[in-house]
Design a protein around this ligand. Structure first.
Ligand SMILES: Nc1ncnc2c1ncn2[C@@H]1O[C@H](COP(=O)(O)OP(=O)(O)OP(=O)(O)O)[C@@H](O)[C@H]1O
Length: 207
């Protein structure tokens, strides 16, 4: 299903202060549909802090985040956005299938059915496995399957390549390329090189 292509995420004069230390200030960006924004910088430079501001988990010390031209404190922004953080966002006491059913119940259906998404991330046959029995890379693949079964224009991904093998990294690069080609947009952090030759990628380097 192709997304509408009129969406835009804007950071306007964003500042973040932690323990009296300025992580970033007067940060501006404008991310239209179809593009990716890669946050780079050394450990502790503020990448996750910026992602958490973009998710609405914490407020910027200065500045605003706009979604489609307006401040994003509304239900629609959170319906349009999906976040995959360090903890994968899956419940370890539930099975693979149960986790995906919960995600689907909380969102609107995306381009992939649950079996199709499991096949795409190579977890077919793991439907009834408890998440706590999965490897770290398999948990990460499950978190990626969540992105496929629900319809979220904006993906916010914190270190999405963590724990993935080479094939898993290639898979997520393919998924990100497809998402942007369909009018989606992505904000991500990564310490790894990423290969998205067909995607327009903006870079912000935090220092
Ligand atoms: N909840 C918090 N309370 C106080 N300080 C925090 C909190 N979370 C993060 N920090 C501090 O903010 C700074 C930036 O942390 P952040 O996690 O945003 O960095 P990062 O660029 O994502 O790092 P990494 O590459 O290691 O993941 C660090 O100095 C960290 O100690």
């Amino acid at each position: 299903m192709a997304h509408q292509s009129t969406h835009v995420l804007e950071g306007i004069n964003l500042s973040c202060i932690r323990d009296d230390r300025i992580l970033f200030e007067n940060l501006n960006f404008k991310l239209p549909a179809g593009q990716a924004l890669l946050l780079e910088g050394k450990n502790g430079s503020g990448k996750t802090s910026l992602l958490r501001i973009l998710c609405g988990f914490r407020e910027a010390d200065e500045g605003q985040v706009h979604w489609c031209g307006v401040a994003f404190d509304d239900f629609q922004y959170h319906a349009d956005m999906a976040y995959v953080g360090h903890l994968d966002g899956v419940k370890k006491e539930l099975t693979v299938l149960e986790n995906l059913k919960v995600s689907l119940a909380l969102g609107t259906p995306g381009a992939y059915s649950i079996p199709q998404a499991l096949a795409k991330v190579q977890l077919s046959g793991y439907d009834d496995a408890l998440v706590q029995t999965l490897s770290a890379g398999q948990k990460r693949r499950l978190s990626l399957a969540r992105l496929l079964i629900t319809n979220n224009i904006l993906w916010i991904l914190d270190e999405p390549f963590t724990s993935l093998d080479k094939q898993g990294i290639a898979l997520i690069e393919t998924l990100m390329t497809e998402h942007c080609a369909n009018g989606g947009m992505i904000v991500l952090t990564s310490h790894h090189d990423i290969a998205l030759p067909d995607v327009s990628v903006q870079h912000i380097h935090l220092s």
